[in-house]
Design a protein around this ligand. Structure first.
Ligand SMILES: Cc1cc2nc3c(=O)[nH]c(=O)nc-3n(C[C@H](O)[C@H](O)[C@H](O)COP(=O)(O)OP(=O)(O)OC[C@H]3O[C@@H](n4cnc5c(N)ncnc54)[C@H](O)[C@@H]3O)c2cc1C
Ligand code: FES
Length: 323
């Protein structure tokens, strides 16, 4: 059984199979709508669905499984090349503990298989219990024979505090990619602000390294917030970008120790201090969900057009999705 999904105020329509979500159906038909977690927790995919009398109701398109024809109004919808995702058994190539709670995990793809993704996107790790975990690629797309992940240890986390510890070099991990709408928009000349907390640095690294390689030449500024100096696990790399004039790097500590002479406080507030108006910027925010939510709200109040804010909130997606 298939249902017809119409997009309000447009001539777009596409079929949605029984049991399929509206997000999956849109992608299958070659349309992109905003999303991040695909699990009903981040609200990035929220839109309206209209009842038979045309009354709109809020719905999460990543969870909405129609049982009749429907009309929807997503936040945004655009034609896109159809996404082809790959599910492969990747080989564990290297595990490096770069801080007390962050491991850089390097995975090699099977011979002849390439990872096709856009800088900033994420992958899903499939665990034996049938659940998945989302992790952003930290390497740029041209390094397509491997993927590098920055995994923060969540105490008691089945993957980050369990499976990861047991993973031996040469072992296998089932991954699927690419996912995500958090990627660099190249059809703009606006100066870019990256706001990251913790391992939110991972997709920023991928985007910056890609921009440097391709000499994209847009002004890039990175605000990276962590609790302590030691949590800025790749500060050397960000400082090198700054020395080379590629990126302006502003580290912010929320819990500075004695001797820290840099900025302190909340990372989104540092952005606002430096940019009372954000009307002419584009912002990419990634990491702690409380930070991304507050940043979105306060940046839009500071004049940032809503469509110039891109975000991946690092929610846990291991809990069952809401119906
Ligand atoms: C699009 C996207 C990209 C992501 N990219 C990264 C990345 O690059 N690096 C990274 O370190 N993380 C990333 N995350 C977050 C990561 O997917 C989750 O933290 C994941 O659930 C951890 O899995 P786990 O098995 O270790 O813990 P789980 O078994 O999933 O969780 C154990 C317990 O901890 C809680 N929990 C898990 N994660 C979090 C969290 N982030 N915040 C608060 N509570 C949590 C759970 O609710 C549960 O109670 C991303 C999330 C999304 C949605
Ligand atoms: S993508 Fe639907 S709630 Fe996160």
């Amino acid at each position: 059984m298939s249902y017809r999904i119409d997009v309000a105020n447009s001539d777009i329509s596409f079929p949605c199979e029984d049991g399929e979500t509206v997000l999956e159906a849109a992608e299958r038909a070659g349309f992109a709508v905003p999303y991040s977690c695909r699990k009903g927790v981040c609200s990035e995919c929220a839109g309206d669905v209209f009842d038979s009398e045309g009354v709109p109701e809020r719905a999460l398109l990543c969870c909405l499984r129609p049982c009749a024809d429907a009309t929807i109004a997503p936040r945004k919808i655009e034609k896109r090349e159809r996404i082809v995702r790959k599910k492969v058994d990747a080989l564990v190539f290297r595990k490096t503990e770069v801080s007390a709670d962050v491991t850089v995990l390097q995975l090699r793809l099977p011979t002849g298989v390439r990872a096709k993704f856009r800088a900033g996107q994420y992958l899903q790790i499939h665990l034996d219990d049938g659940t998945v975990r989302n992790y952003s690629m930290a390497n740029p797309p041209h390094q397509s024979d491997s993927v590098h992940l920055h995994v923060r240890r969540v105490p008691g986390g089945r993957f980050s505090d369990g499976v990861l510890k047991e993973l031996a070099i040469g072992g296998k991990l089932r991954i699927e990619l690419p996912y995500g709408e958090f990627f660099f928009r190249e059809n703009s000349e606006k100066p870019v602000i990256f706001v990251a907390t913790g391992t939110g640095f991972a997709p920023v690294k991928s985007i910056v390294e890609d921009a440097i390689r391709r000499q994209l030449g847009r002004p890039l500024k990175l605000y990276w917030g962590t609790r302590h100096r030691r949590d800025l696990y790749l500060a050397d790399l960000a400082e090198k970008w700054q020395e080379e004039g590629r990126v302006e790097f502003i580290p912010i500590l929320s819990n500075p120790h004695d001797g820290w002479t840099g900025r302190s406080g909340l990372v989104h507030l540092a952005v606002l201090e430096d940019h009372p108006s954000l009307a002419s910027h584009q912002v990419y925010a990634c990491g702690n969900p409380a930070m991304t939510a507050t940043a979105r709200e306060s940046f839009i109040q500071a004049g940032l057009p809503a469509e110039e804010f891109f975000c991946d909130a690092f929610f846990s997606t291991s809990e069952p999705a809401p119906l």
